[in-house]
Design a protein around this ligand. Sequence first.
Ligand SMILES: [Zn+2]
Length: 213
Amino acid sequence: MSTSKKIEELISYSRILYDRKLLHATGGNTSVRDGNDVWISQTGAELGSLTEEQVVRVDLHGTIVEGQAPSKEMGMHLAMYRARPDAGAVIHAHPTHAITLSTLIKEGSSDAIRPYTAAFYVRAGRVPLIPYHGSGADSLHAAVEELAADYHALLLRQHGLIVAGSSMAQTLGMVEEIEQCCQISVASGMKGEWLTEAQCRDIDQALGRTWKT
Ligand SMILES: [Zn+2]
C-alpha cells in the first residue's frame, strides 16, 4: 500500500473510532506502519477530525522523520511495532466499558477479560491488565514493552486499550470485540458464564496459537 493510502486509512479509521465512541475529544491515538517507519497521530489531535497535517512520521525509536510533535503516548505504539514484526497498525482507544471493567478486576491477571463470546476470544484471546500509570508515562510504555511480544491486546487500568493488528480494519475489529465483551462483563456483573478453558483451547488450537503461561 502506498504512503498516501496508509495516511488516508489512518485518518478514516480514526474518524470511525471517534464516531463509534471508542474514544472522545483528544483522547486516544492511532498509527500505521510504513516500511521501517510509523505514521502516528499528532499530540493533542482530535481523532474525529484528524487531517494529513496532523500525522507524524517517526522511526521505530521515536525520532521524527516528518511532521510536528507525535502523540505523547507514542512509546506504547512503538513498543508494539518493535515486538511484533507482523503488526501493521496500532490503536490506543478509551472505550467506556473496557475502562469500567479495568476498575472492577484485580491486578496481575494475564486474562483480565473473561471470554464471554467466541468472537472475542478468536480476535483478542488473552488480554492482560496493566496496572495504573499516568498517561504518556515512561513506566506505562515500559509495561507495554514487557508484554507486547506475548499479547497483541492489553487493557490499561483506569485508562483504556492498546491493540496491535495486521491492518487498521483488523485492529478496529479487535477493539470493537473487546469493548463488546467488556460491556457484557459489566452488564452481567461478571456473573454470566464465559467460555470454558477447553473451548478456548480448541480455538487456540484451530488458530495455531499458544499463550505464555
Ligand atoms: Zn490514553
